[in-house]
Design a protein around this ligand. Sequence first.
Ligand SMILES: NC(=O)c1ccc[n+]([C@@H]2O[C@H](COP(=O)([O-])OP(=O)(O)OC[C@H]3O[C@@H](n4cnc5c(N)ncnc54)[C@H](OP(=O)(O)O)[C@@H]3O)[C@@H](O)[C@H]2O)c1
Length: 289
Amino acid sequence: MISVLVTGKDSQLGLCIRDLQDSHTEILFDFKNSKELDITSEQSIAKTFEANAYDYCVNCAAYTAVDKAETEPEKAKLINTIGVKNLALACKNHGVVLIHISTDFVFDGKKKTPYTEEDLTNPINVYGKTKRDGEIEIDRVLDRYFIIRTSWLYSQYGNNFVKTILRLAEEKDEINVVDDQLGSPTNANNLAELIVKLISTKNKAYGIYHFSDKGTTSWYGFAREIFSRSGVKVQLNNITSSGFYTAAKRPKYSVLDTSKISKEIGLISKDWKDGLKRLFFQTNISSDL
Ligand SMILES: NC(=O)c1ccc[n+]([C@@H]2O[C@H](COP(=O)([O-])OP(=O)(O)OC[C@H]3O[C@@H](n4cnc5c(N)ncnc54)[C@H](OP(=O)(O)O)[C@@H]3O)[C@@H](O)[C@H]2O)c1
C-alpha cells in the first residue's frame, strides 16, 4: 500500500484526485483541508507527519486569488512560499516524496514559443512570484520531489473560468473576453490522473515538469469553445487586455512545452478541446453553477 497525504482537500485539483480513489486501491489517501492541516503552521504539519508514515505528499494547498494577491502579498507569500517550505522540510525529515503544483505564471509571457523547464522564470505578479519562491524553497530542501507547472486549470469543481463564463452568460446578454493572452486550458481531471500515475508507478524521475492540455488559445477562444460545447447562446466580444482592467498583470503568452513529461514520464497531453469535451460529457457541470 502506498500512503499519500493530500493537502488542500477541497481545492478543485484535490477533489479531482478524490474522484480517482476508488480506481486506485493500491493507494491509501489521507485528504486534509486547511482546518485539518494548515500548511502555514509548522506545528500542524509536524503533528500530521508524526502521526502517519506517508510515502508521498501531494500539495494542492495554495493561495490562488491572483488579483487579490496584489493587495495581500504577505498572505500569498505565507501560503505559497513559507507554507511550501514547511511542507518540504517535513517531507525531508520524514523521507516523503513531495508532489507540488506550480504555475505558468512564473513566466513573464515575453516568449513567442512554448516555455520549457529550462527557460528563465520572471513572474510579473505577486501570485507568480510567491509560487516561484515556493519552487525555489523545494529545490533547496529536497532531492525527491516533482514540481508540476500547469496552466488555466478548470474542472467541475471550485471556481474556474468555465464556470464563471457560463454563469455570466446566464446573467448578461453580452460578454467581453480578452483575446490577447494566450495559453493552454487544462482539465484538472487530466492533471489528477498524471499525479496518481506518478504515485502508483512509483516514478523516480524527480524534477520540474510542465504539464497542460495540448494546444494554444486565448481566453476569448476558450470562451467561444465553451459556448459552442454547451450550446449556450450569448453575444461574445473579443477585446484586448488594455480594455479589461485587472489588479494583477497577466503574461501575454504562457503556453508550456510538455515534451519533457512526454519523454520522461511517458504521458502524452490531450488536446485542450478534448479536455473541455470530457468536462461536458463526463460531469454534470451545468447543474453546479
Ligand atoms: N486554478 C488555476 O487556473 C491554476 C493554474 C495553474 C496552477 N495552479 C495551481 O494548481 C494548484 C491547485 O489549484 P486549484 O485551482 O485546484 O486550487 P483552489 O481550488 O483555489 O484551492 C486552493 C486550496 O488551498 C487550500 N489552502 C489555502 N490556504 C491553505 C493553508 N494555509 N493550509 C492548507 N490548505 C490551504 C484551500 O483550502 P480552504 O478552502 O480550506 O482554505 C483550497 O482548498 C495550486 O497550487 C495552484 O497554484 C492553478
